[in-house]
Design a binder for this molecule. Structure first.
Ligand code: SAH
Length: 250
């Protein structure tokens, strides 16, 4: 008898557990969830409230609008969640922006505990006391951390072994090699007078690979100078890649 390791698991602390699995229950992530390739554990923060009103928030110290999630209630919820040896994240617009590299690290581990904020945010003392890693999904403000947590979980789950089968190698996608992905095409051969580029129907795999790399480089240089500036250099040539002109297909 072989003992299977426990599947990759995401524990989500939220005031709205009914939002889960939501979109994570659909399509490939949903099928993988149903078949036990990963596990999702939404937990209601309110279950850790202790007063008779089950209050989870209070007005901000120092004044100002809105409400702040209480440190004591959230700490109790975190401590009850059995996540001492797992990454413990809190979704936050002030956090370090999520990257494909961080996603890959999270996939390699047992799976994170993720705290979802609401209202004006979370009492700083629980973030400090429980060593929560603040993670942002972008420079804009959502009304709560749930959609941000779903974004992070979705990005992780699709990389788990067996979830996407051969569809994704994790090596040929945007960001995996520091480049945005080349353009994709499929039938029909002609769409509103626009053809699939000849090279892609040539059957010459080496030429296809060269074309794709050139397109990926051109797109990255044009759209994301930040990524282009820090891209990994090709080790064997040692030569600096020149940005190429974008082919528009016109
Ligand atoms: N007043 C806070 C924003 C609170 S938004 C501020 O200005 O920083 C409410 C909750 O939504 C946050 O606690 C966080 O959990 C979540 N959230 C909002 N925007 C987010 C983002 N860009 N990335 C990750 N989580 C976000």
């Amino acid at each position: 008898m072989t003992i299977e390791p426990p599947p990759w698991r995401a524990t989500v602390l939220t005031l709205f557990p009914e939002m889960f699995p939501g979109p994570l229950g659909i399509s490939l992530a949903g099928k993988a969830l149903a078949s036990g390739l990963w596990a999702l554990e939404p937990r209601d923060i309110r279950a850790s409230a202790t007063d008779k009103h089950r209050s989870v928030d209070d007005t901000p110290a120092g004044g100002g609008p809105g409400m702040v999630l209480r440190a004591d209630v959230l700490a109790a919820a975190i401590d009850a969640a059995d996540a001492q040896d797992r990454p413990r994240l809190v979704m936050s617009p002030r956090g370090r922006p999520l990257t494909q590299a961080r996603v890959a690290e999270l996939v390699a581990g047992p799976g994170p505990l993720i705290v979802c904020g609401r209202f004006e945010g979370i009492d700083q003392r629980v973030i400090d006391a429980r060593g929560l890693e603040e993670v942002s999904i972008g420079d804009y403000v959502l009304s709560g951390g749930e959609i941000a947590a779903m974004t992070l979980i979705d990005a992780c789950v699709r990389l788990l072994p067996g979830v996407m089968g051969k569809l994704v190698s994790g090596t040929d996608e945007s960001f995996s090699d520091g480049l945005l992905e080349y353009p994709q095409y499929t039938r029909p051969q002609t769409f509103e007078g626009r053809e699939i580029p000849d090279v892609l129907i040539s059957g010459d795999h080496a030429r296809v690979a060269k074309w794709r790399l050139a397109e990926a480089e051109a797109l990255t240089a044009a759209r994301r100078p930040d990524l282009w500036a820090v891209r990994p250099k090709v080790p064997e040539s040692g030569k600096k890649r020149k940005p190429l002109k974008i082919t528009t297909g016109e």
